[in-house]
Design a binder for this molecule. Structure first.
Ligand SMILES: Cc1ncc(COP(=O)(O)O)c(C=O)c1O
Length: 447
């Protein structure tokens, strides 16, 4: 589609056709594109020069805020110094430095890091490590992987197999054989308008016992859950649920994987959600916040016992036949180290924890707004469920997102008719007020 007839800023492309925009209704987008040219701290600047406050840290990524000087400088310096060494059989110092820094942030004895480039790769890596680990420890019959309804674990075949979002699964065949699912933990009747973890729902972890009775523990390798389901509309874990899941996994020798692609790096006020809940999983997947969204980077942190189990056989033989050309890319490692410095120096995880109550109160101030069915908050995350239009599920939220961006200078994520908010952790109290004020206006406009 040509934009030749539109008044264009110099950075606007003259043709929008070739790019198949991911997870986006392309025809609607190309009629009224939401194009961003620049960013700084809490704001985006559109191609026509408008300032837009970032209510979602990009896509749950930019926890340190946008285009932070120390991170930009580290990336620039790295680009000039070392572009790329082979990722297999060779490496570079910053890969080891970043791995040590991440291991130090992870709970318990999760002290070895395998690097990938996206959350989807991290999930597939964790699932493969779970299967391979059971092989090397002589339990090769453990081949089943358990996820959860409404879970999102990226878009690889492993991720959609354990994931529980029907639209992401139904077009793509049968995916991995042997995957099964726990029930999700959301119940509006019991949980509506809860700040933080709901009281109701810990018993749903016991469904794992039912799956064990059905399949037998000797066939189950791992359970993977997001500590807080994010992409499906923000479902905080019920009080005690994750602890109970850990206990049941322990009882049956099943590995527990926390997918912390969203919850990692301060989103819930701690380095990882595992710390908030006092639960030590066997593996943690991470991505997004590790570089504050600046360079693609992801990975899996695993317990010492898992890494050690692979360290056997002749020393010249590869221990795990897995990896990516760009595992621990120098640019990503430089960005990651600089990002962790910013988190530490500015105490951003603590800042998220300190702001949690104010954030939750501001979100709950929208209770009673026409069409609002539920509001959920956790850490610096909030979701507002709006009533769907009877004939067009998702249309109200789509309209809200469009109006937010084009008319109110506000960017947020949507899923179904839910508005999801997760700002950079540098947000000020005034900006919290500004965001919810704008969200309220947008909701009233689309009601
Ligand atoms: C919990 C979780 N896992 C995995 C992913 C996939 O990450 P990516 O899009 O980087 O592949 C996401 C993305 O939002 C996520 O939220």
């Amino acid at each position: 589609m040509s934009l030749a007839t539109r008044p264009l800023a110099p950075t606007v492309p003259n043709d929008l056709e070739a790019f198949f925009v991911p997870f986006t209704p392309n025809r609607a987008f190309k009629k009224a594109p939401r194009l961003i040219a620049r960013a700084k701290d809490m704001h985006y600047i559109t191609v026509d020069g408008r300032k837009v406050i970032d209510g979602s840290a990009g896509m749950w990524c930019c926890n340190a805020g946008h285009n932070r000087d120390p991170i930009v400088a580290a990336i620039q310096q790295q680009a000039a110094e070392l572009d790329y060494p082979p990722a297999f059989q060779f490496s570079h110092p910053k890969a080891f430095e970043l791995a040590s820094r991440i291991a130090a942030l992870a709970p318990g004895d999760l002290d070895h890091v395998f690097f990938c480039n996206s959350g989807s790769e991290a999930v597939d890596t964790a699932l493969k490590v779970a299967l391979a680990y059971n092989n090397v420890r002589g339990e090769a019959s453990r081949v089943r992987l358990i996820g959860r309804e409404r879970g999102y674990h990226g878009v690889g075949f492993g991720g959609i197999s354990v994931g529980g979002i029907v639209a992401n699964r139904k077009m793509f065949g049968t995916a991995l054989a042997g995957a099964d699912h726990l029930p999700h933990t959301y119940n509006r009747e019991k949980q509506a308008f809860t700040k933080g973890e709901p009281e109701w729902g810990a018993h749903l972890a016991d469904e794992l016992d039912r799956l064990v009775a059905l399949h037998d523990a000797s066939t189950i390798a791992a359970v993977i859950v997001e500590p807080m389901a994010g992409s499906t509309g923000v479902l905080p874990p019920p009080k005690g649920y994750l602890q109970r899941l850990r206990a049941i996994c322990d009882k049956h020798g099943i590995l527990l994987i926390f997918d912390e692609v969203i919850t990692g790096f301060g989103r819930l006020g701690t380095a990882f959600a595992a710390e908030r809940y006092g639960v030590v999983p066997d593996m943690i997947t991470f991505a997004k916040g590790v570089t504050s969204g600046t360079v693609p980077m992801a990975g899996v942190v695993m317990r010492k016992g898992i890494y050690d189990a692979f360290m056997r056989g002749p020393e010249h033989v590869i221990e795990l036949f897995h990896g990516y050309t760009y595992s621990a890319h120098p640019l990503a490692c430089a960005a990651g180290i600089a990002t962790l410095d910013v988190y530490r120096d500015e105490k951003l995880f603590e800042r998220a924890a300190a702001l949690e109550d104010k954030w939750a109160d501001a979100a709950m101030s929208l209770k009673g707004t026409p069409g609002v069915l539920d509001i959920r908050t956790l850490g610096l995350v909030a979701a507002v469920d709006m009533a769907s239009k009877p004939d067009a599920v998702g249309k109200r939220a789509y309209d809200a997102m469009e109006k937010g961006f084009h008319e109110h200078g506000l960017l947020f994520r949507i899923t179904g008719d839910t508005i999801a908010l997760s700002p950079p952790l540098i947000i000020s109290e005034n900006e919290i007020g500004e965001i919810f004020d704008k969200v309220g206006k947008v909701i009233r406009q689309v009601n």
